[in-house]
Design a binder for this molecule. Structure first.
Ligand code: ITT
Length: 196
């Protein structure tokens, strides 16, 4: 059985492949299907976008497809950037533009609580889809620290740690992260379908 990981984010792909044991599945990613156009992520929720990405890629490739939609939810900002995490500072912004905007929005605020949340969707080639979710609570610090990981990792300190995700090793991040928690649930529930 072939399964496509429906992402064009190389960091995310690496994390998913390190966390999830796909056993003897033939695993591909969206990078292996350059002819398929990017999925437009216009849903209002992480769940809607994860479902859209997995269903569109499953139908276009004729394979099972797994998609991850993730976001950073900051309490003081009423859950922003949330579903808009990738484009927080504008349509073609960089990770560093997003981090600078987040620091500006939180300047002078004492409540720095936040969580990362991931929804994983799994679709069969006909578009029958299921989801699992995981979250990782923590806080946003006042300056960038560390170079590992991607996105908002240099600003996020997970609960129970003093280092940011970008200072922690990938082994630690991949044990405790939002993505790890969603994929652990996915593995428990879907091991009869994929992996196991
Ligand atoms: P695909 O849709 O192709 O999978 P993407 O980068 O657009 O890739 P998302 O929409 O799920 O992925 O992610 C939104 C943004 O949230 C992403 O660009 C990062 O800025 C941030 N993000 C997601 N997961 C993260 C993580 O584990 N650590 C830090 N930032 C993360």
């Amino acid at each position: 059985m072939k399964l496509v990981i429906a992402t064009r984010n190389a960091h995310k792909l690496e994390e998913i492949r390190s966390i999830f044991d796909f056993k003897n599945l033939e695993v591909r990613s969206a990078f292996d299907f350059p002819e398929i156009p990017d999925v437009v992520e216009d849903g209002d929720t992480l769940e809607a976008n994860a479902i859209k990405k997995s269903v569109e890629i499953a139908k276009a490739t004729g394979c099972w497809a797994m998609a991850d939609d993730s976001g950073l939810e900051v309490a003081e900002l009423d859950g922003a950037p949330g579903v808009y995490s990738a484009r927080y500072a504008g349509e073609y912004c960089s990770y560093s533009d997003n981090n600078e905007k987040l620091l500006r929005e939180l300047a002078g605020k004492s409540n720095r609580s936040a969580q990362f949340r991931t929804v994983i969707a799994l679709s069969d080639p006909e578009g029958n889809v299921q989801t699992q979710e995981g979250a990782c609570p923590g806080k946003i610090i006042e300056e960038l620290r560390g170079t590992n990981g991607f996105g908002y990792d240099p600003l996020f300190v997970p609960e129970g740690y003093i280092e940011t995700f970008a200072q922690l090793s990938s082994e630690v991040k991949n044990c405790i992260s939002h993505r790890a928690r969603a994929l652990q649930k996915a593995h428990d529930v879907w091991s009869g379908i994929i992996g196991s």
